[in-house]
Design a binder for this molecule. Structure first.
Ligand SMILES: Nc1ncnc2c1ncn2[C@@H]1O[C@H](COP(=O)(O)OP(=O)(O)OP(=O)(O)O)[C@@H](O)[C@H]1O
Length: 260
């Protein structure tokens, strides 16, 4: 196993606000991480560092073996998949599902004059099938349900065969059926040997797909717990993270939590 992401003594300060402080965190290529924490804890900021869209104020970030600040970030970004609502807002609503996925190969949103290779088309169709979107290839992105749009975002982010996949709240706003379908797909993906390292931000332990191996709990910009999920995700760590007495239950690899 090798390190794909390594944060050492990382702090981020923006407009005088301390957003992250003293963060040490390593992700290796065989790990699938979930990040949990209250609103404003710094979860999205961590993903921005991990996708090289932000640099730390102090400390170091090693991404795919390269130190941020000493490497061409555009080359780095092509090796990291990112699925987020902010990303999907840049997709034109009239873009077809096939083009949303295909354009990832050229790191653009919105098809213009690119001509695609057969190999890209074949891969796009395979990725669409893997994320249960094959019947929707010709539909406009804007006409899809939230659940379908989320799966298209993920399909787009894996199209380039990234070495690190970052998912920012992939199950947010989904109904129960769509959430369960997505959790099942992510679980299969997490367990596949040829999948990349994965980091998923979520607000709900119910959304953690079985097969995820590690958890990072963050509050007020600092790490509360980090490590293998069986050790780091506990009633005690959730209670400390959310400042509320929480009881965690686990059944068949799925979690639920409630205040007590
Ligand atoms: N440019 C900025 N200037 C000042 N403060 C900022 C800036 N960007 C983010 N913040 C603050 O940093 C904190 C962490 O933001 P971040 O988006 O990383 O949190 P989060 O854990 O993802 O929250 P949420 O769960 O609500 O999405 C928030 O309090 C936010 O207001």
């Amino acid at each position: 196993m090798s390190s794909v992401l390594d944060l050492s003594a990382v702090s981020v300060v923006r407009n005088g606000n301390s957003i992250l402080h003293d963060v040490d965190w390593t992700v290796t290529d065989d790990q699938r991480w979930v990040i949990l924490g209250p609103n404003g804890a710094g979860k999205t900021t961590l993903l921005q560092l991990a996708s090289s869209f932000m640099f730390p104020t102090s400390g170091t970030v090693e991404l795919l073996g390269n130190r941020l600040g000493r490497v061409d970030v555009f080359e780095m970004r092509s090796r990291v998949g990112l699925a987020s609502t902010a990303m999907s807002r840049r997709i034109p609503s009239t873009e077809t599902v096939l083009d949303v996925v295909l354009t990832a190969a050229y790191a653009v949103t919105g098809r213009w004059n690119e001509s695609y290779e057969d190999i890209d088309l074949k891969r796009a169709h395979r990725v669409l099938a893997e994320w249960r979107l094959d019947g929707l290839a010709d539909r406009h992105f804007g006409s899809l349900s939230d659940g379908e749009q989320k799966r298209v975002q993920i399909a787009r982010s894996v199209m380039t065969d990234p070495e690190l996949l970052l998912l920012d709240e992939p199950a947010a706003s989904l109904d129960l059926g769509a959430r369960e379908e997505l959790v099942g797909l992510l679980s299969g993906f997490a367990r596949a040997d040829d999948s990349p390292a994965i980091v998923m931000v979520t607000h709900h332990v119910e959304e953690i797909p079985p097969g995820f191996t590690h958890a990072l709990l963050i509050s007020g910009g600092g790490i509360v717990a980090s490590g293998p999920i069986s050790e780091s995700l506990t009633s005690e760590s959730l209670t400390a993270t959310f400042g509320l007495s929480i009881e965690l239950d686990e059944r068949d690899g799925r979690f639920s939590a409630r205040a007590v």
